[in-house]
Design a protein around this ligand. Structure first.
Ligand code: B3K
Ligand code: ZN
Length: 886
């Protein structure tokens, strides 16, 4: 396998100014006539006169130069593509090739989904359509002519504006699309099928009318209203918040049930996984509604941050992804408006960062947000590049302030519009407007690993001053043994005994301090901050709002953390204090059980739960996140050695203790937070449902019979999917005899709707098994062979297999290693079908070294068993397995 290095970047030897693609579509065999206007790249100084066109799984029919068939001596065809020698002048290259959409199970290039043909090109799928310079720094104007049977493919779509459409003989028809904006091949899209659309004319800020449309198969038309509404909100928000307008007359969204990931920002023709686009009250939960809005926003925002300004090479991926995730997070927050709802959103984003990105940053796959090398680029669409990348952009906004950041953003857009650039372009724009030296900040782009920040404080009662000693270290990661300190924002507040923010004055400053949050900046391995003129010994609220994505050891006592959980005015830190106490409780309980030392859960923690539950000043949504048990995975993340079974038993014990101690308060919360009337997915009623279902869960855990009746009732009478699904999940995870009937009822009712079937599969794979029941592993094995499960459908895999391997530790990590053997089987099977999906599943075992020894060695055996078949592994899977074993 070849390793691609960032430092090896070379400008392309040739440029393509214009390309005309003519498709004769057919599911079995599609023909392409590809005419490119090619010229040597002046920036490459004629070093290489050979034109290299990437091509993969294609059948070459003919090559012509300036209209004349090319002699075979002039070109070489290989597994990787087509090399044409001696192109020293501008020329027209015409290639005819064929490929088979039906044989394309990798879902990269053009493939079949049901009756529809769909394309996916990022990162390197275009080379599976035709021979091309399939790299993001070659920008061309595309004209696309599509011909197909009118009966089978009545709707034909591509990027840009639809031009001429005409009927041909033999029942075929033809449409031409012209995209006025030069673009790299990864943004090309084509869709053909029996689709219908919801459309609307939308007035843009400059007065133009844009035609917005959402295209789906007919049975899904009743799930497109929320998609279109989300798109309109996103367009308006980008105009208002960033001054960016839609640059096209037509903007289309297509949804498909067969898609490798969430969605794709193809210019003017965004393609979505249906789970990230389609909603109505019967198929989507509150979280789905919210998530769809954010993904529709994300893809739309790429139109500027990604499409108009694109990437020089794939190492720069975070330039578009980190920035666009940051933009979608800000969009979602602005749509929530209300500060407490926004804080809940921030909390959820941080939960997922800690659950998935922190472990990645501590794994054999750890990489900086801008990696230095890769074997397979599709393995680098990671939580690090996306979510940590967004945190890095957020830190810049925090450090520079919103206004300066916005000026820098404007400058970035103005200077780089229409080009393919590197991460430097963004930092240069920020440097130029802020006049700040951001060289140290740039380490966030090159150093992997989650920084640990340790704070110790020393209170001087006589002088009424507090000294904070702050040190930062970042663990070594593959290829990076030693790290330099980062520049990071570190907002701090000093709270008095009533939880009120005290005036903050650093030694050497004049005048009285200002009460509130003080922005400190960390730059050194260790630093001291001395706060003076303090009326009393303060309690520290550090890294407020999770300004820097770090692991913080604040050095606080349990009393202080209980105080913050009850009093911190920063909602993030209040949540974090509570969450930290819950994690600690499970951790202590785990230890006590492993040492066979009887142990009581701190009664003050159990009381704090009750106090938060009854606090009238807190929103239900906040209570729901503050009182949710941290997942077993999150707890394990904080342990030096992971024993999934000990953690599970401890988790159950802590949850049950909380439930029993606060049963009446939970029952009251469950009854007070019902949301009658017509379904409304907005944050407030959604927060009530979240709290009600959480409370019911605790009440069932406490063995309350009335709660079980309420939940059973909720399953049959719910008018929204959130409540219905929550009820089913609670029952499946209980020992009620009625659960089998409920599972069968749900399966019968949902089998015809993929969105619902996937939710059902996920409930199965994340369930717990009880004594006398079959193991979840056995159930998952059976389900894989059921006719309603298809291993070729990524959503099925993401609903059944992925959650089993990554989110059900107690059931997956069976002591005999049978879970791992199943994992190996599935990786090998998926590897033959869809390498991108296979490599995601393959990553489930990468952190094997962190587990207790018998499990770790069985995981290692399973990895070795896959590695033994390396001859047949795709580069995608091979990279993961090799890095995991190294
Ligand atoms: N840019 C695409 C992701 C493509 C993934 C390719 N393996 C979706 C997004 O981030 O918006
Ligand atoms: Zn993106």
């Amino acid at each position: 396998v070849q390793t691609i290095r960032r430092e090896d970047y070379r400008a392309p030897a040739h440029l393509i100014d214009e390309v005309r693609l003519e498709f004769d579509l057919d599911a079995e065999s599609t023909a392409v006539v590809n005419t490119m206007h090619v010229r040597p790249n002046p920036a490459a100084n004629g070093q290489d006169a050979s034109l290299f066109l990437d091509g993969e799984d294609l059948t070459l029919v003919s090559v012509a130069l300036d209209g004349k068939p090319l002699d075979e001596s002039r070109y070489t065809l290989s597994q990787e593509g087509l090399l044409i020698r001696d192109i020293r002048e501008p020329a027209t290259v015409t290639i005819v090739n064929r490929f088979s959409p039906a044989a394309n199970t990798a879902l990269s290039g053009i493939y079949v989904s049901g009756q529809t043909l769909i394309s996916q090109c990022e990162a390197q799928g275009f080379r599976r359509i035709t021979f091309y310079m399939d790299r993001p720094d070659v920008l061309a104007k595309f004209t696309t002519v599509i011909r197909a049977s009118k009966e089978t493919f009545p709707v034909l779509l591509s990027n840009g504006n639809a031009g001429e459409a005409k009927d041909l003989e033999d029942g075929r028809h033809e449409v031409t699309f012209v995209d006025p904006f030069p673009k790299p091949s990864y943004l090309f899209a084509l869709v053909a099928g029996q689709l219908v659309c919801r459309e609307e004319k939308f007035r843009l800020k400059d007065g133009r009318l844009a035609n917005l449309s959402v295209w789906v198969e007919p049975q899904d038309l009743d799930k497109t209203e929320h998609t279109l509404e989300s798109l309109k909100k996103a367009i308006r928000w980008d105009e208002e918040r960033w001054g960016l307008e839609l640059d096209l007359d037509d903007f289309k969204i297509v949804a498909t049930k067969d898609f490798n990931f969430g969605a794709m920002e193809n210019k003017g023709l965004n393609i979505f996984n249906s789970k990230c686009a389609l909603a109505n009250p019967n198929v989507a939960t509150d979280e789905d509604y919210f998530h769809i809005e954010s993904v529709v926003g994300h893809e739309y925002f790429h139109n500027w941050t990604g499409d108009r300004i694109t990437l020089r090479d794939w190492f720069q991926l975070t330039l578009k992804e980190g920035l666009t995730v940051f933009r979608d997070q800000e969009f979602s927050a602005d749509m929530l408006g209300e500060p407490s709802a926004r804080a809940v959103q921030r909390i959820k984003d941080v939960i997922s960062l800690r659950a998935a990105q922190f472990p990645e940053d501590a794994s054999p796959m750890a990489h900086p947000i801008r990696p230095d090398s890769y074997q397979e680029i599709n393995n680098f669409y990671t939580m690090t590049v996306y979510e940590k990348g967004a945190e890095v952009i957020r830190m810049l906004q925090t450090l520079l302030g919103r206004d300066t950041f916005r000026k820098g953003f404007d400058e970035y857009i103005a200077k780089n519009d229409g080009s393919a650039v590197t991460c430097e372009a963004f930092l240069e724009a920020m440097t130029s407007v802020s006049k700040r030296d951001l060289r140290q900040f740039k380490r966030w782009f090159s150093q992997a690993g989650t920084p640990r920040v340790k704070v110790r404080s020393n209170w001087n009662e006589e002088e009424k001053k507090l000294t904070l000693s702050v040190s930062q270290t970042t663990p070594s990661t593959p290829g990076q043994p030693v790290k330099q300190p980062f520049l990071m924002p570190f907002p701090v507040a000093l709270l008095n005994g009533d939880g009120i923010e005290m005036p903050v004055k650093l030694e050497g400053e004049s005048g009285a301090g200002v009460a509130g949050t003080r922005m400190l900046e960390l730059t050194e391995n260790s630093q001291e901050f001395v706060f003076v003129d303090l009326a009393e010994k303060p309690i520290l609220s550090l890294n407020r709002g999770f300004a820097a994505p770090i692991i913080l050891d604040a050095g606080l006592t349990r009393e202080e953390r209980l105080f913050l959980a009850a009093r911190d005015g920063d909602p993030f830190n209040r949540w974090d204090a509570m969450n930290g106490l819950l994690i600690e409780a499970v951790r202590d309980e785990t230890r006590a059980r492993l040492l066979h030392e009887p142990h009581d859960i701190d009664p003050r923690l159990l009381e704090t739960v009750g106090a938060i539950l009854k606090d009238e000043s807190l929103s239900p949504a906040f209570k729901a996140v503050a009182l949710a048990m941290p997942t077993e995975k999150i707890v394990s993340e904080t342990l030096p050695v992971i024993d999934p079974h000990a953690v599970h038993a401890a988790w159950v014990a802590v949850r049950n203790a909380i439930a029993k101690r606060n049963l009446s308060a939970f029952m009251e919360a469950a009854e007070k937070n019902v949301t009658p009337g017509e379904y409304d997915p907005s944050a407030e009623p959604a927060g009530k449902r979240a709290l009600k279902n959480l409370a019911l869960g605790y009440a069932i855990a406490a063995g309350n019979a009335r709660a079980t009746i309420l939940v059973k009732d909720q399953f049959t009478t719910a008018t929204n999917l959130t409540d219905k699904l929550a009820a089913l999940r609670l029952m499946v995870n209980s020992q009620t005899p009625a659960k089998e009937d409920m599972e069968v009822d749900a399966l019968k009712a949902w089998a015809g709707e993929p969105l619902l079937l996937n939710k059902w599969l996920q409930i199965q794979s994340t369930a717990s098994s009880f004594a006398g029941e079959s193991l979840v592993l056995e159930r998952v094995r059976e389900l894989v062979r059921c006719d309603f499960f298809s291993i070729r459908n990524p959503n099925n895999v993401y609903s059944l297999l992925m959650p089993f391997f990554t989110a059900n530790p107690a059931e997956f990590h069976l002591p005999d290693g049978s879970g791992y053997a199943f994992w190996a089987e599935m990786v090998l099977e998926l590897n033959r079908i869809n390498p991108q999906v296979a490599s995601r599943v393959a990553r489930a075992l990468e952190n094997w070294r962190r587990y207790v020894s018998p499990l770790a060695s069985r995981m290692h055996d399973a990895l070795e068993s896959v590695y033994a078949r390396r001859e047949e592994l795709s580069p995608n899977v091979l990279e993961i397995i090799e890095k995991s074993l190294n």
